[in-house]
Structure formats: structure tokens, C-alpha cells
Design a protein around this ligand. Structure first.
Ligand code: ADP
Length: 706
């Protein structure tokens, strides 16, 4: 049954009395048909301190027997127009009496406010209570009625009915809300259970003392124990924490911060042994009391992997060190005899010999040079690969570098009747800051390849500013080498810059080469801030193009090269070199250049010779047994003048930035790499020749020597 709305008053009253006069009286009092309304209103106002009764319209229905009253009540309920109150006479012969009637009315509508009207004490209150039960909805009204009393009752009881209905409606709302919340909670708990059980992450629920109340399957699997073996125990009792103090410490952290994050702990799994885990704790309220939710991650494998990686890294570093030492030694060992082959064949070339022997000698020399080039490529590549590529930042003339590259191959191109052209756009600055040696190396590799793989036509070398932007204050320069040679098949282009890759093995046999040139070039170009790319069509030719970024060296000039071939005159040179072949080669070359030469085989001998006699320069091998060249140079610099000022030119197995820096740091004035070229030797020593030097000019190291 839906009651009238909460705000809507219900003033419907059912009067059940066999005496018709009573009905008229009640109507008169409450509806006021026969009375002066103003009297009634003033009475009401006086009584209820409320709006005048004119606003209150009681509706009165009459029944003259209990059965008739019950029927009216049932009808009203069916029509959803319930009575708020019933006035019931006690004596209503021949039918039910008032008490009986009220009992039946309540069975239909327990909220009905019932008033028993009686003239005599037919029933005592106790009798009534015994028959109807203790009810708040019952009052006794003694006849004859007092008008005011009836009005007061009608107002009070109909209001009470309304308030009662409102209260029960509110209660029903509350009941519905509680039921809804309970359902939501049930579902939330069900969802939590589902997550808890199905989660691949190990989860536990503990009380505040750390005792396990529940654990999920993932946790059971992680620790290798069944749930019932853990419930009620804590991590100390289960042997996962060393001491109770550790458990308390976790509790303290949880109390202070409300959480514990990524705490490392170790536990024992019966099958897997000692394991490492990470632990997260959160305080949660369940059933109004605090609990601890724990999440666990097994990191044993991760830790093991980290450790393996660490060991692997140490191993790799050691291997890289060993490799680098090995390369350095091999380089020395191979360069030394190569130096002998090349040096001696250069010396022999100047001597008189029959033409057939001379052509054999040329082959010896070119084989030696090819071997030296391959060796340099392999060493260079391995140095770059091991992250040892260091680029120089020094002023240089860009045009000179380009011309150097082209001139280097002029003769070779001429031999094959190829045209070799160079064009440098006018916008490219004349002076740049960068590593000229490395730029020349890339250029030489590309021009060398172009000539190698072209049988007829032209090689065009072009340089200009790239359209792509360069970092502030720098230039992006583009260099391209175009040939009209054999070209490269499209499917081979992508592998071209990989180490040891050659387009086909037969061309390799025909043209020679290690397959490292482009791989080295790519690494150099990328280190200098640019890409290297190729476009090619088989049978038509190829274009190799690279960019590099260089600073502007406006105002700074490249170090001037001495003009012409310096004269060494009668220079006194001390050669410190342990290898007998090299000793012979260097001595013969220097003698041919007109020098007086003394030879020693190690650093200690160098020290004593330099103190015993005066030399114009020392040519010192870096790698010598006993006291090496670098240490010998340092000791010479700490001697007293003038021998401390003797110019020293170091001999290194290969020109690397580290080797060069090491030479200067040890106080050497210059360095040369093996195999020695006569020109380079003449240039280097010429700077210290008394004939080419102003008399009062002291030979200062060109770097931070001393
Ligand atoms: P290599 O020392 O063998 O020349 P590179 O790395 O310089 O090594 O070149 C790798 C291969 O790329 C060469 O062997 C050749 O097959 C191909 N190649 C390079 N430049 C050219 C070119 N200009 N024309 C045709 N093929 C080329």
C-alpha cells in the first residue's frame, strides 16, 4: 500500500456508532456544518497555536455497526485513501462491540489511530490492553464529548498518523538504502576476493601483530607452503625474518608512514631454497579494525641476472682491455718488420739495379704498402669499435684537405685514363675547426673506391654547404664523390657500410681491399655529426655522399707547414730503437739524408748517451724493452740544460689520439708513425736542423710538454 505523500495531511475519520446522534455531533464539531465557524476557529487557534481551522477539512464517514466499519476500512485501503483515525463506540448491539471492532480494524490497517468512545466503564484499561495488546494507537474518549477535546483529538491523532506514516516511509527508505549498501559491499568483497585469489602477485592479509590471516595462491606458490601452515603465524615463526626486531621495525615504519614500499626481504622456499623478494605493506581497515595488506615480488631471478650481467660486464671490460693490449702489441710487432720491408725497399729503389730487379722491388713495395693499409684499417676499425675514437678539434683549410685527397689519387686516375674533378662551392668557409685527418681519411676512401671500381669516365668530387641546419655557430658541410663505374646492385646497398662486406667475392679478388673502408667511414662520419649515404645503378655508376659538422675557425690559422724540403745538413741524430732491422733502416735513411747517426737500443742507453754527447734531435721508439721511450723522454726533460732541451721525435706503431697525447705529455716535441716515410722524417727532423732554425730560437715542445 502506498500511503498519501508525506506532506499531504490525511483528515479522513471513520465514525462507528449505533447511535445516529453521535455521528451528527461529531460532524458538527469537526466539519462545523451547524456551528459558527469563527467560534471553532478561535478555539483551534487557542488550542493549537496554528492556522485557523478553516484550513482543516476533516472528512467523516459513518458506519453504524462494526462489520459495516470494517467494510468501509477495507474499501478505503483498496482505494488507497486510508482513514487516519476511527472513533468507535463500545456498545453496538447486536454486532461486534467496540473492542472487537478495533481488533478487526487493526488487522486490516495497524496504523489506524483508534479512539474508543464510552459512556460507562464497560471495560477497564487493563481489560482493553489484554484484548488488544499494548498499542500506541489507542485512546479512550469518555461520553459525553467535550467539543474541544474532540477537535484536539482529531487534530493530534490525524497528525500523529501522518508523522507515523512519514517515519515508517523514512524507515523503509533507510531499509532499502541499507540493503543496497549491503549488496554493494557484498559485491565489492566478492570482487576483492576474486582479485586476491586470481592475482599473479603474491598477497597476504595480516593482523597488526603481523600474523597471517589470509594468503592467496600466488603467495602459497611463492613460499612453497600451504595456506593452513601459515595462518596464525608470523614471518619470524615461519623463519622468513631473522628477528622479531625486524618485524617490529616493519610495524614501526607502517605506523609512521602508513606504508612500506619495496622493502627487500629474504625467505626460504622448501624446493627453491633461499630467495629474494620485495615487499610492499599497506594499512587497511576491515570490519572496523586495522589490518595489513602485503604484496610480494620475487626478484631472485632479476638479481641473479643483474649479477650475471655485472660479471659479464667485468669480463667484457677485461676482454676489451686484453684485446686492446693485444692489438697494440700486434700493431707494434707487425709494423716493425713492415717498416723494415718498406724502408729497405725505398732505400734500394734509389740504388742502381737492373730493371727486372727494380720491377720486382716495386712489387715488394706495393705489397708492403697494401699490407700496411689493411693493417691500419683493421686496427683503426677495432679502435673505433672499442669506443676509442677521439676526434681532434683544430683549425684547418678545408680546400687544402679536399685538394690533398684529389691529388693523392691524381696519378692513379691518370694511369686508368679517368678524369678526376674537384669543385668546392664558394659558400664553404675556407677555415674550419675539426679533424682534418679523419675528413681526409673518409675522402680518400671514397675517391680510392671510385677509382678502383671505375674503368672509364669521370670521378667528380664536390663540396658545399648542406641544406639541413647545423648547430648554432657551426657549419654542415656536404661532400660527394660521383663515379661512372660498375655500380652496386640495389640488394647489396644496405650491407655496404657493414664491416667486412664486399659486393662480391670475385670483385674483391680482382680489386683487393678488406671491406672495412666504408664501415670505418660511416663511423667516422657519424662521429662528426653527419650521415653517409649511397645511390647507385649497376653499369652506370655510384654517388657516395657524406655530411660533417665543423666549427668556424675564423681568425685562427692552421699551423703553417714549412715550405719546401728542409735540409738536414750535418744534423747529429740519436736513434733509440730496439729492433735491429729498424735500426738499420733508420740509420741508412738518415745517413742518406746527410745526418750523423748514433744508435742505442733502449731508454737507459738513451739517457746516458744524451748526457755524454750533444745531439740536434733524438728519434725515439715508444715501445722498447726496459725503460720505454715515454719514460726516457720524461727523464731527459728532468735533466739539466742543455741536454734537457734536446728535441725528441717519438716513433709510434700507429697514430692515435692517445699515442700522440702520450708523446706530448711525456715531453716529446713531435711524433711519427711507422712505417716511416722518408718525407715525413725529413719534415719532422728538419724543424730542429741548425740550418733551418734561427740560432737563438729554443726548441720548445709544440704541446704541453715538460
Ligand atoms: P674495400 O676495402 O673492400 O673497398 P669498402 O668498405 O671501402 O672496402 O667497400 C666495400 C665494398 O663496397 C667494396 O668491396 C665494393 O664491392 C663496394 N664499393 C665501394 N665503393 C664502390 C664504388 N664506388 N663502386 C662500386 N662498388 C663499390
Amino acid at each position: 500500500m502506498k500511503p498519501p505523500t508525506e506532506t499531504e495531511p490525511n483528515r479522513r475519520i471513520l465514525v462507528i456508532d449505533d447511535n445516529r446522534a453521535i455521528h451528527a455531533d461529531v460532524r458538527r464539531i469537526l466539519v462545523g456544518d451547524q456551528v459558527d465557524r469563527s467560534d471553532l476557529e478561535s478555539d483551534e487557534e487557542f488550542l493549537f497555536d496554528d492556522a485557523p481551522a478553516a484550513a482543516t477539512r476533516f472528512e467523516i464517514d459513518s458506519a453504524y455497526q462494526g462489520q459495516e466499519g470494517l467494510a468501509l476500512l477495507e474499501k478505503s485501503i483498496a482505494e488507497n485513501r486510508p482513514y487516519a483515525m476511527a472513533l468507535v463506540d463500545v456498545r453496538m448491539p447486536p454486532g461486534w462491540d467496540g473492542v472487537e471492532t478495533i481488533g478487526r480494524l487493526w488487522r486490516v490497517d495497524p496504523h489506524l489511530q483508534a479512539v474508543i468512545c464510552t459512556a460507562y466503564s464497560d471495560y477497564s484499561w487493563t481489560d482493553i490492553v489484554r484484548r488488544l495488546g499494548n498499542s500506541d494507537n489507542l485512546l479512550i474518549l469518555k461520553k459525553p464529548f467535550d467539543n474541544i477535546e474532540v477537535i484536539q483529538l482529531a487534530h493530534a491523532l490525524t497528525n500523529k498518523w501522518r508523522v507515523g506514516r512519514q517515519a515508517s516511509a523514512r524507515m523503509e527508505d533507510l531499509d532499502r538504502m541499507v540493503a543496497r549498501r549491503t549488496e554493494q559491499l557484498r559485491k565489492a568483497e566478492e570482487a576483492f576476493r576474486g582479485v586476491f585469489e586470481a592475482s599473479p602477485i603474491a598477497i597476504t592479509l595480516c593482523d597488526m601483530a603481523g600474523r597471517y590471516l589470509d594468503v592467496n595462491r600466488a603467495f602459497e606458490e611463492m613460499v612453497g607452503l600451504a595456506k593452513d601452515r601459515m595462518i596464525g603465524k608470523d614471518a619470524v615463526e615461519l623463519g622468513w625474518l631473522d628477528s622479531r626486531e625486524s618485524l617490529h621495525e616493519l610495524g614501526r615504519r607502517l605506523a609512521s608512514f602508513g606504508c612500506v614500499d619495496a622493502h627487500e626481504w629474504a625467505y626460504t622456499n622448501p624446493t627453491l631454497g633461499r630467495r629474494n623478494g620485495l615487499l610492499w605493506l599497506r594499512e587497511v581497515t576491515i570490519d572496523r579494525s586495522p589490518h595489513v595488506l602485503g604484496f610480494y615480488l620475487d626478484i631472485t631471478d632479476r638479481k641473479r641476472m643483474e649479477e650475471d650481467l655485472r660479471l659479464a660486464r667485468i669480463g667484457a671490460e677485461a676482454a676489451a682491455r686484453a684485446k686492446s693490449e693485444f692489438l697494440s702489441n700486434m700493431s707494434h710487432e707487425i709494423h716493425t718488420p713492415l717498416n723494415g720491408v718498406l724502408g729497405l725497399s725505398a732505400l734500394l729503389a734509389d740504388s742502381n739495379m737492373p730493371e727486372d730487379a727494380r720491377s720486382m722491388l716495386r712489387l715488394v713495395r706495393s705489397s708492403g704498402e697494401t699490407l700496411a693499409k689493411i693493417l691500419d684499417d683493421v686496427l683503426d676499425f677495432s679502435r673505433i669499435e672499442s669506443g676509442k675514437l677521439e676526434l681532434e678539434q683544430a683549425p684547418f683549410s678545408f680546400r687544402d684537405a679536399m685538394e690533398w685527397g684529389v691529388e693523392l689519387f691524381r696519378a692513379m686516375a691518370g694511369n686508368k685514363h679517368l678524369r678526376l674533378n674537384l669543385s668546392v662551392e664558394s659558400g664553404v668557409p675556407e677555415r674550419l675547426d675539426g679533424d682534418a685527418t679523419r675528413i681526409r681519411q673518409v675522402l680518400a676512401n671514397l675517391i680510392g673506391n671510385a677509382i678502383k671500381f671505375t674503368e672509364q669516365g669521370t670521378i667528380d668530387v664536390e663540396a658545399g654547404l648542406a641544406r639541413e641546419p647545423a648547430p648554432a655557430g657551426q657549419y654542415r658541410i656536404r661532400v660527394s664523390v660521383r663515379d661512372s663505374g660498375i655500380g652496386i646492385p640495389p640488394d647489396k646497398l644496405s650491407r655496404l657500410f657493414q664491416p667486412f662486406s664486399q659486393v662480391d667475392a670475385s670483385s674483391n679478388r680482382r680489386f683487393g681491399g678488406s671491406g672495412l673502408g666504408l664501415a670505418i667511414s660511416r663511423r667516422l662520419v657519424e662521429a662528426m655529426g653527419g650521415p653517409i649515404r649511397v645511390e647507385s645503378r649497376p653499369g652506370e655508376g655510384s654517388v657516395f655522399e657524406f655530411d660533417f659538422v665543423a666549427g668556424s675557425s675564423a681568425g685562427r690559422s692552421p699551423a703553417p707547414e714549412p715550405v719546401g724540403q728542409p735540409e738536414l745538413g750535418q744534423m747529429r741524430i740519436l736513434v733509440a730503437e730496439d729492433n735491429p732491422v729498424n735500426q738499420t733502416v733508420v740509420k741508412l735513411v738518415l745517413q742518406r739524408l746527410g745526418c750523423n747517426v748514433d744508435v742505442v737500443a733502449d731508454g737507459m742507453a738513451t739517457l746516458s748517451r744524451v748526457q755524454a754527447a750533444s745531439y740536434d734531435a733524438i728519434l725515439m721508439d715508444i715501445q722498447m724493452p726496459g725503460l720505454g721511450g715515454l719514460e726516457a723522454a720524461r727523464r731527459i726533460r728532468s735533466l739539466s740544460a742543455p741536454c734537457s732541451r734536446t728535441p725528441i721525435v717519438g716513433l709510434t706503431a700507429s697514430v692515435t689520439v692517445e699515442n700522440r697525447e702520450a708523446c706530448f705529455a711525456a715531453g716529446m716535441n713531435d711524433y711519427l708513425s711507422k712505417p716511416l716515410s722518408i718525407d715525413a722524417l725529413r719534415k719532422a727532423l728538419g724543424r730542429y736542423s741548425p740550418a733551418n732554425r734561427l740560432k737563438d730560437e729554443a726548441p720548445e715542445p709544440s704541446h704541453n710538454a715538460g
